[in-house]
Design a protein around this ligand. Structure first.
Ligand SMILES: Nc1ncnc2c1ncn2[C@@H]1O[C@H](COP(=O)(O)OP(=O)(O)O)[C@@H](O)[C@H]1O
Ligand SMILES: [Mg+2]
Length: 390
């Protein structure tokens, strides 16, 4: 009796109670998904290793357990109908077994396997004629030393990296010592003019939608998103090229769910795929206020085979991450929030993480305005005034 009423397009019945949706990972992405799922009376059962994870207080049920442990994931999935993720680093073998048992796993374990490993990801682009920077696989520093002709380059851990933590730029031979002495990818340095991102969704019926392209400005120090501008300041031609490429990627992956595609834009207008993520993404947080359907609502629409939502822009916006301040560890306290709240079009999202540490993503803030340059100016001010300390 798989989701008979929810996915049968011929039925008018919208029966969320008969669907048991399991979510691996209980962080902020899951939390924002649950916030949207509540409006549709969709129950979300969450598994996470941290009993105080951001989803723990709002999930329909919350199970404390490791999402990378085979037995734990298998046991968690056995009484669910549909299982999804908010992070790629999960036990894929258990998901494959659950798939064999007839569960719907979206994104599919096959897709997670490719995306979880930056080496397989790059190989996938190459095999499918998708544009990406030249690369070679390396096993550690020795291999980098043996390939100096590839420098300047970015060295990326094949697995386990996130928020810039698994990436290091090797600009010259002298930087080789900063490389990872572990299996990685060595990718030619890309002299991009902008970093863009597009989120696309695809459901089991094969319906696809794409969000308007956004522009990410990275912190040069931390290597993670500092500002997100929506929509991106690019020509219509590049906009449609980016969307078309993004849809092409999700179709070629034959993936169900939502997929974020990060692009490098080159001076000549070419786009290279940097990396992809098969879940809600930091580059889509603004969609909560700025688009007709948020990425979080779109995620469960896609995995439950519901009609996909309209992605049109309601208002332009700028998003900034609220990161734990340098030198503060401990119970989180927030400053500058009230002043930010008093401004028109400012929306605060705190993730409910009890403790802060340097650079930890603790929340985000979106400034909406019909005048994007005004929003940018306000956001640049908030970077200095809204802080997470202990
Ligand atoms: N080949 C490259 N050339 C230049 N900059 C790069 C390259 N690869 C990554 N970067 C920079 O590092 C950032 C993080 O790399 P990315 O592969 O997206 O890892 P993460 O998983 O941490 O997001 C990118 O957004 C970009 O700013
Ligand atoms: Mg990235």
């Amino acid at each position: 009796m798989y989701l008979c009423s929810m996915v049968n397009e011929k039925s008018n019945l919208f029966d969320t109670q008969s669907v048991r949706l399991g979510l691996l990972g209980g962080g902020q992405l899951g939390r924002m998904m649950i916030q949207e799922a509540i409006s549709y009376n969709i129950e979300v059962h969450v598994l996470d290793g941290d009993p105080k994870a951001p989803c723990s207080t709002i999930a329909t049920t919350f199970t404390t357990g490791s999402i990378t442990d085979y037995d734990t994931v298998l046991a968690f999935g056995k009484d669910k109908d549909v299982i999804t993720v908010e992070i790629e680093n999960v036990n894929i073998e258990a998901l494959e077994e659950l798939e064999r048992l007839g569960k719907k796993i979206y994104p599919q374990p096959r897709v997670l396997k490719i995306i979880k490993d930056k080496g397989l990801q790059k190989q996938f682009y190459q095999d499918n004629q998708l544009p990406t920077a030249p690369f070679i696989m390396v096993n550690g520093i020795k291999d980098i030393e043996n390939n100096v002709n590839f420098i300047p380059a970015a060295n990326k851990l094949r697995t386990g990296g996130y928020d810039g933590k698994g990436v290091t730029l090797i600009k010259s031979k002298a930087d080789i010592k900063n490389g990872f002495d572990a299996p990685g990818v060595l990718e030619s340095f890309v002299p991009f003019t902008k970093e863009l991102a597009v989120i696309v969704a695809r459901n089991a019926s094969g319906e696809t939608v794409a969000y308007p392209t956004v522009e990410c400005e990275f912190s040069p120090v931390l290597n993670l998103v500092e500002f997100l501008f929506a929509p991106a300041d690019i020509s219509e031609e590049i906009e449609s090229k980016a969307k078309k490429l993004a849809i092409d990627v999700i179709n070629k992956l034959d993936m169900i769910g939502i997929l974020a595609i990060e692009f490098f834009l080159l001076e000549n207008g070419d786009l290279l795929i940097n990396e992809i993520a098969p879940r809600p993404h930091n580059s889509g947080h603004h969609t909560i206020e700025c688009n007709n359907t948020s990425q979080f609502e779109q995620h469960f629409r896609a995995v439950l085979n519901l009609p996909l939502g309209n992605t049109d822009i309601i208002t332009p916006g700028v998003m900034i991450n609220l990161l734990g301040e340098e030198d503060y560890n401990g119970p989180a306290k927030y400053i500058g929030v009230k002043e930010a709240m008093s401004k028109k079009g400012v929306f605060i999202h705190l993730y409910g993480k009890t403790t802060t540490k340097p650079h930890r993503k603790m929340g985000h803030l979106t400034v909406t305005s019909n005048n994007l340059s005004e929003a940018k100016q306000l956001a640049r001010g908030f970077i200095k005034t809204v802080k997470v300390i202990a």
